[in-house]
Ligand binder design. Sequence first.
Ligand code: MN
Length: 386
Amino acid sequence: MKRHIALLGSTGSMGTQALQVIDQFPDLFEVELLSACSNCDLLIQQALKYKPNTVVIIDEQHYEKVKHALAKEDCKVFAGLQSLTDCMSMNSIDIALSCIVGIAGLAPVYAAIENEIPVALANKETLVVAGELMIQKAKEKSVPIIPVDSEHSAIFQCLIGEHDNSVEKIILTASGGPFRGKTVEELAKVTCEQALKHPNWNMGNKITIDSATLMNKGLEVIEAKWLFNMSLDKIEVIVHPQSIIHSLVQFTDGSVKAQLGLPDMKLPIQYALTFPRRLPSEFPRFSFADYPTFTFEKPDFETFPCLSLAYYASKEGGNKPCVMNAANEIAVAKFLNGEIKFMDIPKIIEKALTDIHFSQPKTINEYLETDKATRIILNSLQGNAE
Ligand code: MN
């Protein structure tokens, strides 16, 4: 019996790595659905290779091109985010792997959970924005959410076999990004090219900038809070520049468990798809002899204010993490576009968190409206945050 996978966001960095994992197990997996935002050429190539039942192009202007290219295939083609969300009611999907970047993943992932489809989640923004609703619905429907984010996969693996043993704290490791050790003055001058050079991980542009600002770790703190039902004061961040220890769990007896491996996202992707089994892989092996030194340091909350902003937003709750996430997505896009400087990113987020008042969204649509409103407010401001 093959497992039928819906791969949401198949053309990005995570999506393409997921297909490489799937390639290794032709007897185990079948691609049931592929979706992409706008990279229609790669989506068409993938569809011709993997022969999914359904293909969804989110950006509707590419619909005709995709439809035409796949006309001879036995494959349904749809366009738009709503179509992707509707497709999550397909009975033929055994697991949804969400590699979508940002808030766009919210509605389809929620729909998958509502339809009792197990979710492998690489899309952290989904839990950052609406973690409470997502986790509640997953509980109600008894749907597993298996983390794909390397740190959360590490924690998930450390918790296997621990049953009700209580956790004292979770320790999320951070590489520190390309600007670790830099001063605020130095950061004021960094370029986009520098920010896109991550020392250890090969990832998409959005998450690479998030790693440089440490917002990625902030988003992951919130993700961990929901996934593992932990209060914020029990989630610690430690900078570990080698990125070999992917995260740790400390139990009430003081014992600490860690998961280690070379920084390669294919490993957590494979684990999420084959869980609870571990299958042989060809990934390069980690060797202690190649890493004689592991180092650790406290994160610099003052130079990298995004991490503090994430703790703040999560503590406030309600719409605040959603506002923070929208402001971050806007700020990162502007930075990638050369419109603002690196240190304007936290300023824009802080301004949004101050200016937009607290509210408590109660449905996925209310979160999406909050997100939209935040973007409208921020886009109406000129270039920088002052
Ligand atoms: Mn991560």
